[in-house]
Design a protein around this ligand. Structure first.
Ligand SMILES: *Cc1c(COP(=O)(O)O)cnc(C)c1O
Length: 452
């Protein structure tokens, strides 16, 4: 049976589209986010079958459930083999607890999982067209490098990345600015939210329509589906028991991947929503009223400095509610059910640092700030959970970046230099190229007309 999955907009004011259109558009014309009309379910046999598959095989069989009407199976299979050619370690850290290391990809953050698959899918879908596309993305660090690396060298896709000058680390900047070719990088004199504003405005700007702009931010459904796979992978490798995942969250794309896996049938007991001091979602769960944080708070887990997560609208939609892009709740979701499914924890920078030290001391596992926020969230949950919740459960905490991206912080806390990551080693020798720009939409369009 080949039933075509359609994608609706969370604002409910745009027509439903195919996966390909949702992927190429990024954001729906009504400003909403695309969601699958239904989520295919995995039978118990299919789930058990994952045990014997390697990661690319698993990615193929999961994604094919969504894409079987959109792409031939052997093509998808080879895209998955090509995208997932790196390790995904699971490090034991205490009783029935593991740390899933998503930090071994070519740019050393978990964003590689999504960006590499999305780039390959886009490239496949537009192969026969004779027009160019432009990926426009705002980054607080890791998205930019993962997207730049994933799309670098493609002939009919250009990439423009906006980052806030002074708010990404030198390493993160160099990961984007040393690629050249079809990757253009602009440093904005402003904050991440300013970059995001320029990007959003550009998408609605008719004068830029020749560029065929599309988004590689986690508003793109093409980034979420690939992120479901590592949840299934971790479950299949840790005893096939019901599982609690702790997810370090900023824009909630990672968590959405997990939720989609659960909706498909993965036995997830709970998701721990672990945030830094940008605690708008844990507070929402606690109080039932949602307030965005502007400007977002600067924490050492900088990729999670988000005061209004774009994927929250998707979560609210899945729980029967509706939220617009400004964060106004138009229809309340089932908060009771959300509270059963999610445990929200906000972690301060001081506690994050202490957790890097204690996890290394107690379990011999080296975390960086994002992974430490998740691990602390899990500890917080375990201290509160009752025996009936703990029985026969496995705990998996996600590590989303490689410690080598934070050498200064790790050295101050642990007094040694974290081991390197191959993609970061040669950056010093490469030539950087990027444009500095005022936080001003007019300067941005001028640049685009001149260079693209
Ligand atoms: C992007 C990012 C996050 C946050 O992920 P979301 O999907 O935005 O919630 C966490 N950790 C690292 C290292 C990241 O790069």
């Amino acid at each position: 049976m080949k039933e075509r999955i359609r994608y609706y907009s969370t604002n409910l004011k745009a027509p439903e589209v195919s996966f390909r259109e949702a992927l190429m558009k990024g954001i729906a014309p009504d400003g909403g986010l695309y969601m699958p009309r239904f989520i295919p379910s995995l039978s118990p046999e299919e789930l058990m079958g994952y045990r014997g598959q390697d990661y690319p095989g698993m990615a193929f069989s999961f994604l094919y459930k969504f894409l079987k009407t959109e792409i031939e199976s052997d093509v998808l299979n080879s895209l998955c083999r090509d995208a997932y050619n790196f390790d995904i370690p699971l490090e034991p850290a205490g009783e029935r607890s593991y740390i899933l290391r998503l930090d071994q990809g070519p740019t050393a953050s978990f964003k590689d999982f999504a960006a590499r698959m999305m780039a390959r899918l886009m490239n496949h879908f537009i192969a026969g067209e004779n027009r160019h596309y432009t990926i426009l993305t705002a980054t607080s660090g890791d998205t930019g490098s993962a997207v730049a690396s994933a799309f670098h060298g493609l002939s009919n896709i250009n990439v423009i990345i906006l980052f806030p000058l002074g708010e990404v680390s030198d390493t993160q900047r160099k990961q984007m600015t040393t690629l050249h070719g079809n990757v253009r990088v602009i440093g904005i004199r402003g904050k991440f939210d300013d970059c995001q504003r320029i990007v959003k405005k550009a998408f609605l700007d008719k004068s830029l329509s020749d560029l065929n702009l599309t988004s590689a931010n986690s508003i793109n459904i093409g980034r979420l589906l690939p992120q479901s796979v590592y949840y299934i992978y971790a479950w299949s490798r840790t005893g096939l028991l019901p599982v609690v995942f702790s997810v370090p969250s900023g824009n909630y794309g990672n968590l959405m991947g997990g939720i989609i896996a659960r909706e498909a049938g993965l036995p997830v007991r709970k998701f721990i929503i672990a945030t830094n001091e940008n605690n708008e979602v844990p507070e929402y769960l606690r109080t039932g009223s949602y307030s965005i944080i502007v400007p977002s708070r600067n924490c050492i887990s900088s990729a999670m400095n988000v005061g209004h997560p774009s994927n929250l609208a998707r979560i609210v939609a899945l729980y029967g509610g509706s939220m617009n892009e400004h964060g106004t709740i138009l229809k309340s979701p089932d908060l009771e059910r959300m509270r059963r499914d999610f445990h929200g924890v906000s972690v301060t920078d001081d506690t994050t640092r202490e957790t890097i030290a204690s996890c290394h001391r107690d379990h011999g596992v080296l975390l960086e700030p994002h992974g430490a926020v998740a691990w602390k969230g899990l500890e917080h949950y375990l201290a509160k959970a009752g025996p009936e919740e703990k029985n026969g459960t496995v705990y998996i905490s996600l590590e989303t970046a490689h410690p080598a991206k934070f050498p200064g912080e790790i050295e101050r806390i642990l007094s040694f230099t974290p081991p390197g990551h191959p993609s970061l080693e040669n950056l010093e020798k490469l030539e950087e190229h990027y444009t500095r720009m005022d936080n001003d939409y007019g300067s941005f369009t001028q640049y685009v007309f001149k260079h693209c």
